[in-house]
Design a protein around this ligand. Structure first.
Ligand SMILES: Nc1nc2c(c(=O)[nH]1)N=C([C@H](O)[C@H](O)COP(=O)(O)OP(=O)(O)OP(=O)(O)O)CN2
Length: 136
């Protein structure tokens, strides 16, 4: 039997959505106010869900305190209070859409989990806009 355990987290970050191959005008047409030249910020919320068999000795899928520490290093220390376009290596060449951000977060957390565990990350960019990634 598999069980899913989850932990919530959050970070604040600034970004600008744009495609460097396009003019500022075209970026404004496609990305609207999200393409503001001087950036804008979001209070990102995330739910990190790990699914797997229970360890018969602990009754845990994984220790949620270990998951807390992974999120602290891989997400909060890496992204909190950053300008995603300027400060975060991946987004120097990748548009920091919610879709691309959730994939970057998923890869960083997945690399720290035991191989047999499945991972899903849900990222809220606003209280009503959210994306999910499970590695498929
Ligand atoms: N597929 C995507 N579409 C959009 C993305 C994205 O990452 N992927 N991003 C944006 C904007 O960056 C941002 O999400 C929009 O923010 P905001 O204008 O504040 O959104 P709302 O007006 O809808 O605010 P609510 O509070 O959610 O009503 C746009 N599109």
């Amino acid at each position: 039997m598999k069980v899913t355990v989850s932990r919530k987290a959050h970070f604040n970050a600034a970004h600008r959505l744009f495609n460097p191959k396009w003019s500022d005008e075209k970026n404004k047409t496609i990305f609207g106010k999200c393409s503001n030249l001087n950036y804008h910020g979001h209070n990102y919320e995330l739910i990190v869900s790990v699914r797997g068999e229970l360890d018969p000795e602990t009754g845990f899928v994984m220790n949620l305190d270990d998951l807390r520490k992974i999120i602290e290093v891989e997400v909060e220390e890496y992204l909190d209070h950053k300008n995603l376009n300027l400060d975060v290596e991946e987004f120097k060449t990748l548009n920091p859409t919610a879709e691309n951000i959730v994939i970057v977060i998923w890869k960083k957390i997945k690399a720290k989990l035991e191989n047999h565990l499945d991972l899903k990350v849900t990222l809220y960019e606003t209280p009503r806009n959210f994306v999910e990634f499970s590695g498929e």
